[in-house]
Design a protein around this ligand. Sequence first.
Ligand SMILES: C[S@@+](CC[C@H](N)C(=O)[O-])C[C@H]1O[C@@H](n2cnc3c(N)ncnc32)[C@H](O)[C@@H]1O
Length: 194
Amino acid sequence: MSHADKEKWDRKYRQKPTLLQDRPASKLLQRYAKEASGSVAIDLACGNGRNTLFLAKEGFHVDAVDISEVALANLKEKVNGLDVQLIVCDLDDFIPEAGHYDLAVMTNYLDRALILRMAEALKSGALFIIETYMAHPENEKKDSNPDFLLAKEELLAMFDKRGYEVLAYEEFLNEPHELYRMYKEAIVVKKRYR
Ligand SMILES: C[S@@+](CC[C@H](N)C(=O)[O-])C[C@H]1O[C@@H](n2cnc3c(N)ncnc32)[C@H](O)[C@@H]1O
């Protein structure tokens, strides 16, 4: 586990507990979750669990994965009676179970290698929803690490000819409840049946 990442995020959540308040799930997730062909989901870097809680309330089993014990301790308080497995781990080293998931969601987090690894973990027909920050001259936060910003249409290029059907692609200004106004890129893809 990357100790630096864990320390950084635990500290951030302790110093700014408002980040762990209830927030609406990703709009694209809300729009597309019902199109999943089964009910096994994974929320990659779940943070405050907004997407986990939405999916679990819709009847999904959700593996909620994050490196921050502070975030997962907070989420544990909210998942009573819901079918959620909390997994503290470093996604850099995470090997998801092959052919296991009907839906995967990754929002406000970018790990390009993990996106590629998820291909094996998705069942045929599964949905993968990714939504995160992109490089844009009007981004309010000017010192973001460029490695964690998507290039324009990068998600489209990533899934092009990779055995997925693109159901939706959007670029938009993020939600006002976030710390900084930033441009985001989002995609919903469906793994093709073989
Ligand atoms: C900006 S938050 C996004 C939370 C949530 N997905 C959302 O959209 O509200 C990023 C999350 O990534 C987690 N994270 C950062 N590095 C990680 C890593 N290497 N492995 C697992 N989680 C990580 C942090 O703990 C944090 O909860």
